[in-house]
Write a protein of this length. Structure first.
Length: 191
């Protein structure tokens, strides 16, 4: 139900290219075919757009950080995810097997076999005999790769942790609610 006390944002306001945001419905959906702005004040729309712009800036930075770490370590995206998964298993005293990596990445065991061959050849991981299953191998990340990952990915993660730690409990709850609602918009097929 529309709140009649709110003033609908002006969609006919002329914007300069400096003002144009690719997440602003006044720019991207001026006819309000997808998003009706009648229930929001101009200030509320500006605030919503500011949040979405902040997310866009973060995604851009996150992509650059991930790309930089992967290039530094000379790894592809799935390679990096596999290395991080195996490191996490090692740190928790769990064994990582090729089938575990395949499940974690959501790819076939054949693809994982080729990936493991590349990672072994590049001295990022090594295969070891599985202590409980002679038919299987366990995977471990080399000490050199662990140290490199710690310097690049680990350092960035620690800084993000600190940023979240500086929020109050209420602010963290709001952030969690925000991200959970964003996840819900993606639908079950994206999960």
């Amino acid at each position: 139900m529309a709140n009649n006390t709110r003033k609908s944002p002006q969609t006919s306001t002329r914007r300069t290219s400096r003002d144009m945001s690719m997440v602003d419905p006044r720019v991207m959906d001026p006819g309000q075919e997808l998003i009706s702005l009648q229930d929001y004040t101009e200030e509320e729309v500006d605030e919503i757009v500011a949040v979405m712009e902040a997310m866009r800036r973060w995604r851009r930075v996150e992509r650059r950080l991930n790309d930089s770490s992967r290039k530094y370590m000379q790894l592809g995206e799935n390679d990096m995810r596999a290395v991080r998964y195996i490191i996490a298993c090692q740190r928790h005293g769990a064994l990582a097997t090729p089938s575990d990596v395949a499940k974690h990445l959501g790819i076939t065991t054949a693809s994982v076999s080729r990936m493991i061959d590349r990672l072994v050849e590049a001295n990022h991981i090594r295969r070891t005999p599985h202590p409980q299953d002679r038919r299987s191998t366990a995977l471990e990340v080399t000490a050199e790769t662990q140290a490199t990952a710690r310097r690049s990915v680990g350092h960035n993660h620690a800084q993000r942790f600190q940023a979240v730690a500086e929020l109050t409990s209420e602010e963290r709850a709001a952030v969690i609610k925000f991200f959970d609602s964003f996840v819900a918009t993606a639908g079950p097929s994206a999960l």
